[in-house]
Design a protein around this ligand. Structure first.
Ligand SMILES: Nc1ncnc2c1ncn2[C@@H]1O[C@H](COP(=O)(O)OP(=O)(O)O)[C@@H](O)[C@H]1O
Ligand SMILES: [Mg+2]
Length: 351
């Protein structure tokens, strides 16, 4: 019998990013197994997009990767030339952005853009690529795909444009799909449809995914595991099941505790936690959450604090044992996972 663990689809180790003198990403590590879905959650400014863009090789200067490694299978992405990286992007690695408008060319028909994306990576004829483009539009739930190939981005609604982005991302069968708040710009009903669509295409194609989201319910329904970011670091990692049953970092508890209060509103936004996260100018070696943390003690300011295994989780908190003791009596947090049924209808929006 072969008991060898499968090698990860994506392996990010100690990734660090600086912008000028400021370190904005401070040693992020995680693994994504083939077909796995990782949710990355955390307040605005915590470094989620910087993480995604670093993996894609698409950081805007002055931000740049200063150390760490990003392995896509056996390929060291940080070591690739621009040309080789372009080849990997789209063929093996694709990203869906928050604002589909920014990633589509307003002056080009959707069909020509998908055809171009396909032909960049594969030596197929225009006719063949158009057939495939129409198939992809059909797959993402766009009605009359053949004729819609001739439309421009502005002729699609926000939700439909996001579907077009997903079709483009899938056009070359990526191994890993990074979705950076893919539904934030959409209304709630459309959000649910787009997440169901991403869920379906990832399942059908066995694509591993990173879902960056503000919505703890969506993360619960879509992801196998959860990583919580705070001030340019991961502060907790756990399986989805463990995370929602027993969030262990005080910040995770705050996120989920406050999600409870917001449930009736279903805004999809992260809850408001009193105080604000430190900016990169204020980062220091000690705990970044200590100023907002009801568990903080002087020792939290006095030492550097690593992400460490604790129970079934990994947590960056020296008081995790005490937190666990205090909260174990309290009822565990209940977040209703948003159902992302793969069989949900996907083609009911108007364009
Ligand atoms: N190109 C850049 N140059 C310098 N600083 C940046 C750049 N992009 C983002 N930052 C800073 O990095 C931090 C993390 O940003 P980001 O990853 O976009 O956060 P989010 O978690 O909201 O996606 C923020 O403090 C932001 O101001
Ligand atoms: Mg972001």
């Amino acid at each position: 019998m072969n008991n060898e663990p499968t090698s990860p689809a994506l392996d990010v180790r100690d990734l660090r990013v600086s912008a000028g003198p400021l370190e904005i990403l401070r040693g992020v590590s995680f693994e994504l197994k083939p077909g796995e879905r990782l949710g990355v959650v955390g307040e605005s400014g915590s470094g989620k997009s910087i993480t995604a863009l670093s993996i894609m090789g698409l950081l805007d200067p002055p931000a740049r990767v200063t150390s760490g490694s990003v392995m896509l299978g056996d390929t060291d992405l940080l070591g690739l030339s621009r040309r080789d990286l372009n080849r990997v992007r789209g063929r093996r690695l694709a990203m869906i952005y928050q604002d589909p408008g920014s990633a589509l060319n307003p002056l080009m028909t959707i069909g020509n853009q998908i055809v171009e994306a396909i032909r960049l990576h594969e030596p197929v004829s225009v006719a063949e690529a158009r057939l495939r483009a129409a198939d992809l539009l059909g797959e993402v739930g766009i009605a009359n795909p053949k004729s819609r190939l001739n439309d421009y981005p502005h002729e699609f609604s926000g939700g439909m444009r996001q579907r077009v982005m997903i079709a483009m991302a899938l056009s070359c069968n990526p191994e890993v799909l990074i979705c950076d708040e893919p539904t934030t710009a959409l209304d709630v009903t459309t959000q649910a449809r787009v997440i169901s669509l991403i869920d379906r295409v990832c399942s059908e194609r066995g694509v591993a995914a990173i879902l960056i989201t503000h919505d703890m319910g969506v993360a619960a329904g879509f992801c196998d595991s959860i990583a919580v970011m705070y001030a340019g670091q991961l502060v907790e990692k756990a399986s989805t099941e463990v995370f929602y049953a027993t969030p262990r970092h005080p910040y995770s508890r705050a996120l989920l505790g406050a999600t409870l209060d917001l449930q009736s509103e279903i805004t999809g936004e992260l809850p408001v936690i009193p105080g604000s996260p430190p900016s990169p100018q204020e980062f220091d070696f000690a705990c970044s959450f200590r100023h907002r943390c009801s568990f903080a003690r002087p020792e939290c300011a006095a030492q550097s604090i690593e992400l460490r295994p604790f129970m079934e989780s990994e947590v960056r908190c020296i008081r995790a044992e005490d937190v666990e003791r205090e909260v174990v009596a309290a009822a565990s947090v209940q977040v209703e996972p948003v159902r992302v049924s793969a069989s949900a209808p996907v083609s009911e929006e108007r364009s």
